[in-house]
Design a protein. Structure first.
Length: 402
């Protein structure tokens, strides 16, 4: 059972079925309808509807083959035209989601992608349309098992975050797009960057990135840029053990880490010395906790931040009994949601949160709504569980505060 909101072109979704926002007449509308017809094969799909389907009233659905799409089926939801909200538009829109999902169930479809039905050329307000979509999909998943995606694409939809934290939806989209780009260029099965190389590098300055990369190329910080052969070989040995890269792939890698090409200024070495003087003891202390369990590392972080245990679990809205189990059992394995709440309660930054979660066998997924919302709050230092809970509810996710 899975529900994810993603940023993508619905015609490129690799699901068994996609949903189209269809016209009640045998005609093709603009927006999603037109895009799906063009991708599937305009003439073939239109001819199929004329011959086998005909006109269909608003709120009803029908199914056709996917033709040239990756999807095997297209479920067409005849979308209500929004007038003033008093003409039964909500009931018809809910019917589109309900009947699409039930039709998918009848055809043993296991994965399906929806657009935000009616919110384009049909004029339904996007925020209300999002709430209805999430309501109906979650209600369906309470009783059924299916992989469901809600696909957003245009800029107006990605800006839907609402009045509170309006850039939240964009943050979700950004993470999804970056993940899909990595898969598209490298392939998920081939991408195996080591933890030592990758951990923490995204947020580092150019100087720190060069310092981390320099050792892998066997170059002094003051040395000139290596030639392409050395650079490619170094990159391959650094991040993709045993992998062989074509010239084109090497160029892609070279572009993705173009910061290494920049010559390092003389004062960068002095800054490195300053770093050692200021942070060496703290780094050494952190190294002592490499093998800590979740419980041990959490208590270390609380102590290091000079916090009280009670303040942390109260801020995290974790009950005292659960926290006592974590404190008194070094091998205690909390649920992921509990671990996420404790990251907020302990006011951890994003790197500390990832590290702590990893010790319980968890990771922050760029495609999971709950993980993205927690990541957003942690990254922006918003350690307020009430506001976070509001955002979970706004996005149709289970609330923490009962």
């Amino acid at each position: 059972m899975s529900f994810k909101i993603v940023r993508n072109d619905i015609t490129k979704m690799n699901t068994q079925a996609i949903v189209n926002t269809a016209n009640e007449h045998v005609a093709v509308d603009t927006g999603c309808d037109s895009a799906i017809y063009n991708a599937a094969g305009y003439s073939e799909l239109l001819a199929y509807r004329k011959e086998h389907i005909g006109e269909v009233p608003e709120g009803e659905v029908f199914i056709t083959p996917g033709f040239n799409l990756k999807a095997e089926y297209i479920i067409h939801a005849v979308s209500p035209l929004y007038k003033n909200g008093d003409q039964g538009e909500e009931e018809k829109l809910r019917s589109c989601y309900q009947k699409s999902l039930n039709l998918a169930l009848e055809h043993s479809i296991t994965s399906i992608a929806f657009p935000l039905i009616s919110t384009g050329s049909f004029g339904y307000p996007k925020e209300e349309g999002m709430r209805i979509a999430v309501d109906e999909i979650n209600a369906f998943l309470l009783k059924n098992d299916m992989e469901i995606y809600l696909v957003v694409f245009d800029e107006k939809t990605t800006a839907l975050g609402g009045k509170i934290y309006p850039d939240l939806q964009q943050y979700i989209d950004k993470n999804y797009v970056e993940e899909k780009q990595r898969e598209e260029y490298f392939g998920a099965s081939e991408l195996s960057v080591s933890y030592e190389m990758n951990s923490g590098i995204d947020g580092a300055s150019s100087r720190d990135k060069r310092r981390r990369l320099g050792g892998f190329f066997g170059k002094n910080l003051k040395s000139s840029t290596p030639n392409k052969k050395d650079y490619t070989a170094g990159m391959a040995s650094m991040a993709f053990s045993g992998a062989k890269w074509s010239e084109e792939e090497a160029e892609c890698l070279e572009d993705s880490v173009s910061f290494y090409k920049e010559p390092v200024k003389e004062d960068a070495v002095d800054e490195c010395v300053d770093f050692e003087a200021e942070h060496a003891s703290k780094l050494e202390e952190r190294m002592k906790h490499l093998s800590d369990t979740f419980s041990q590392y959490l208590l270390y972080l609380i102590q290091d931040k000079k916090m009280e245990n009670a303040d942390v679990y109260k801020r995290a809205i974790v009950d005292k009994k659960t926290f006592s189990k974590i404190k008194n059992n070094v091998n205690y394995h909390p649920q992921k949601l509990t671990a996420l709440c404790l990251c907020v309660g302990a006011r951890l930054n994003l790197d500390e949160s990832r590290d702590l979660l990893a010790r319980a066998g968890y990771a922050l997924s760029p495609c999971d709504m709950t993980d993205i919302i927690f990541s957003y709050f942690i990254e922006n230092e918003i350690y307020d569980m009430i506001e976070l809970d509001i955002q979970l509810e706004e996005h149709g996710l289970p609330c923490i505060i009962s």
